[in-house]
Design a protein around this ligand. Structure first.
Ligand code: UDP
Ligand code: MG
Length: 310
């Protein structure tokens, strides 16, 4: 007889009262079709201001396998995922969005791959038609740039929805940093990885919790979390500008000393001053970005605070 395996399903929720019931119905229906799997549901209530917590407590009466981790305030999805991974007891763990954009029907396929011996099974979006043009374009640029400058590269069109073996979850839980860009951390730990394909549907109800500004900051977070290329590039920019200025100096000296040309200087002077000023500010900004990260890490604050566990 095959031994039952425990699957931990991690669900971060932030103001999601409309979709909770729908989500539980869809997921538990899928889980029932896998006889060797016993599921535990870890909901992280990420400081919701609507009736999400009450709805979850209500749901727990029907589904006693639910565990609710109630945060003291909104700490963001990355913190919620971090908490979920720490509380997960399963042989396998799957983080999933509650809005049903990560179709639970993929779970059996993922588990089949795990049974074949893979430690990580990514859910890969075969298209992003449900996203706006701007979101697709910016995501594309982010992955292109990130994968040029950071190692290891983050697989594109893959979200947080994935299956992870116990060993992977343990590895993630052992990473000490408090600024947690999960997509990057997932990629960083490595392990034997494969993927399954799916089409990402629209949100089942409610609204996206990520606006443009949040996504921009998220991208900066990613770019500065996994490499120092943005810092290093200034050495090369500096060398290039110094080289050009040397050539310019020579040209002007020759003109003035040997040809006796009175060099009109205002325009070139202004261009040089403003251009170099801008460059320096960008360089300082980049330095500041990393300094800020070091500062935040050095505080050693916890990633999240749990108000209660239900
Ligand atoms: N979420 C969260 N904390 C936040 C923002 C979002 O826990 O501060 C959760 C949200 O409830 C959902 C998941 O993260 O389960 C994905 O959010 P959303 O669907 O808004 O993101 P999108 O699909 O638009 O990228
Ligand atoms: Mg969504």
């Amino acid at each position: 007889m095959v031994e039952n395996k425990v699957l931990s399903i991690i669900v971060p929720v932030f103001n999601e009262e409309e979709v909770l019931c729908m989500f539980m119905e869809r997921v538990s229906k899928v889980i029932k079709t896998i006889p060797t799997i016993q599921a535990e549901y870890i909901f992280i209530n990420d400081g919701s201001t609507d009736d999400t917590l009450e709805k979850l407590i209500e749901l727990k009466k029907t589904y006693p396998q639910i565990m609710i981790i109630d945060f003291s305030r909104n700490f963001g999805k990355e913190a919620a995922l971090t908490a979920g991974l720490q509380y997960a007891n399963g042989d396998i763990t799957i983080p999933i969005d509650v809005d049903l954009q990560d179709p639970p029907e993929l779970i059996p396929e993922m588990i089949a791959k795990w049974n074949e011996g893979f430690d990580v099974v990514l859910a890969h979006r075969s298209n992003r038609d449900s996203d706006t043009f701007l979101k697709r374009f910016s995501a594309n640029c982010f992955y292109k740039l990130n994968n040029k400058i950071s190692t290891p590269s983050i697989p594109d069109n893959v979200g947080d929805y994935r299956l992870m073996d116990r060993t992977v979850v343990d590895a993630l839980n052992n990473l000490p940093e408090s600024k947690r860009f999960m997509k990057g951390l997932f990629a960083w730990v490595g392990f034997k990885t494969t993927q399954v394909e799916y089409v990402r549907p629209e949100r089942a109800a409610g609204e996206s919790k990520f606006n443009g500004w949040k996504l921009w900051n998220f991208a900066l977070e990613g770019l500065t979390s996994f490499g120092t290329a943005p810092l290093r590039v200034w050495t090369y920019v500096g060398a290039l500008v110094a080289g050009i200025s040397f050539i310019m100096t020579m040209k002007i000296l020759i003109q003035v000393l040997f040809m006796g040309i009175d060099v009109p200087g205002y325009a070139s002077l202004m261009v040089a001053v403003t251009f170099l000023g801008g460059l320096q500010l960008i360089g300082i900004g980049t330095l500041g970005e990393y300094l800020g990260r070091t500062y935040m890490e050095s505080k050693n604050r916890p990633v999240f605070i749990v108000r209660s566990i239900l």
